[in-house]
Design a protein around this ligand. Structure first.
Ligand code: GLN
Length: 464
């Protein structure tokens, strides 16, 4: 049975379909693996296989997805003990396709963070080096897949929270087009940016998981019919495809990361692809716009946690005192920081100067990507400016932490899809390569990523 550890989720799915592996066997194997996790990746592990386990391996689910009857709290103390009466559509879609929930993974509280150190419970360790962070906010999902305590996982990406932890843990992470996957039942951070997507061992697994996630949902009016079935990637060449490179000259880009990215551009050319530099002049203002828009939306979304509707309640004074004490006790520092920034940015008198301006930058970034995609098929960048950093290294400096998202925030601002694939090592730690494309172009992005993945031949962290 330990043989399962060597198989991708798609390979396990084949065994399940062929009847060579039973759903209960697969579930029990992965449940035991998840139970044994010692990286802090899980907040809850399922104790038995559900009756409807089917033809896909079980999936680890970021804590912010509501699952009926199962603790679901976005790793926030303010939702401790909350068990939702319903299940997120994305999770329900996977369950219907045959993938039961394996467990709930640790994350930054309300998905705010880039290191998983903002969890209300405990940080997650990176399986490549336990003194380092796995990235965030989907750090538990990424570490679990990388370490082999989950066959595959889902997370959410608002400004990079699928791609950046995937990069730091040496796995594949895909942020789909905004609207491709229902947000119903996802505990909201920034509603105009949040998207659910796969974190997997390889590109084929990402395509398989995405295929079952997408689709319009009457419960989410921003979700859309996916135009076609997501294709399984097969490409081995990149002939006639043009790749526009952005961001390689940015100061702050680690030289070791830049080397791996340059080598990957060489591989693209060997496979027949064309590489050229492109300009996205507003993308460098992406971070500034993101850190107004995301906190603004968060400040509105988090108003509902007041000690009345969900979770613990503190304070025994009057109603206002109870609200204040509950929020003081329940939210962590980063969440409070975002609520304050967001409330300020939306206050009358400052609304146009901050929120209005940030929205204009957002529109420009989307326009620049659209213009770029008239010349090139894909935009490629490093995923993260650095490899995994040490636990505690950036916690005292929020701005240093925010810079982790430099290369990943422009895509959600533009609503477009992007994947991170492991491209090599720098100082023995994984480096991610990001490929972005036009809206609803996931199949083509994954096809190109598949050709690159084959040529690169990245070996994951040894699984024991
Ligand atoms: N690290 C970014 C933030 O803290 C992105 C988080 C995310 O994508 N959820 O907001």
């Amino acid at each position: 049975m330990t043989g399962l550890l060597a198989l991708t989720a798609a390979q396990q799915a084949e065994l399940l379909r062929a009847g060579e592996l039973s759903a209960a066997e697969a579930f029990d194997f992965w449940r035991a693996r998840a139970e044994d996790d010692d990286l802090g990746a899980y907040l809850w592990v399922a104790d038995s296989a559900p009756d409807d386990a089917g033809h896909l391996p079980p999936v680890a689910v970021k804590d912010l997805f509501c699952v009926e009857g199962v603790p679901s709290g976005a790793a926030s103390r303010i939702l401790e003990g909350y068990r939702p009466p319903y299940t997120a559509t994305s999770v329900e879609n996977l369950r219907r396709a045959g993938a039961p929930v394996l467990g709930k993974t640790n994350q930054d509280e309300f998905a705010m963070g880039s290191s998983n150190e903002n969890s209300g419970y405990w940080p997650v360790r990176n399986p490549w080096d336990r003194e380092r962070v796995p990235g965030g906010s989907s750090g538990g999902s990424a570490a679990a897949v990388a370490a082999g305590t989950a066959p595959w996982a889902i997370g959410t990406d608002t400004g990079g929270s699928i791609r950046q932890p995937a990069s730091l843990c040496g796995i594949v992470g895909l942020k789909p087009t905004y609207g491709a996957v229902s947000r119903y039942g996802m505990i909201a951070f920034a509603s105009s940016l949040d998207q659910c997507g796969p974190l997997t061992r390889d590109v084929t697994d990402a395509a398989l998981l995405l295929r079952h996630l997408v689709g319009r949902d009457p419960c989410d009016s921003t979700s859309l019919d996916y135009p076609e079935e997501v294709r399984m990637p097969t490409a081995e060449r990149l002939d006639e495809l043009r790749f526009g490179v952005w961001g390689l000259d940015e100061e702050g880009l680690d030289p070791g990361v830049a080397d791996v990215v340059r080598r990957t551009l060489g591989t693209i050319e060997e496979l027949g692809g064309g590489v050229e530099e492109i300009e996205l002049p507003s993308a460098r203002h992406g971070l500034a716009a993101y850190y107004v828009i995301a906190p603004a939306e968060a400040s509105a979304n988090l108003a509902r946690y007041d000690g009345v509707r969900y979770g613990p309640r503190s304070g025994d004074g009057d109603l206002t005192a109870m609200y204040e004490q509950t929020r003081r006790d329940g939210f962590g520092d980063e969440v409070k920081r975002r609520i304050m920034i967001g409330t300020y940015a939306l206050s009358s008198g400052y609304y146009e100067a901050y929120y209005g301006t940030a929205q204009k930058v957002r529109t420009r970034i989307a326009d620049e990507f659209r213009a770029a995609f008239e010349r090139v098929d894909f935009v490629v960048t490093p995923t993260s400016p650095t490899v995994a950093f040490r636990l505690g290294e950036r916690t005292a400096d929020p701005l240093a932490m925010y810079l982790s998202d430099y290369f990943t925030v422009p895509m959600p601002l533009a609503g477009i899809p992007a994947v991170s694939i492991p491209a090599g090592l720098s100082d023995g730690l994984p480096v991610g390569f990001q490929i972005a494309g036009p809206a609803f172009d996931e199949s083509r992005i994954l096809d190109a990523a598949h050709a690159l993945e084959k040529a690169i031949g990245f070996e994951g962290v040894p699984r024991t």
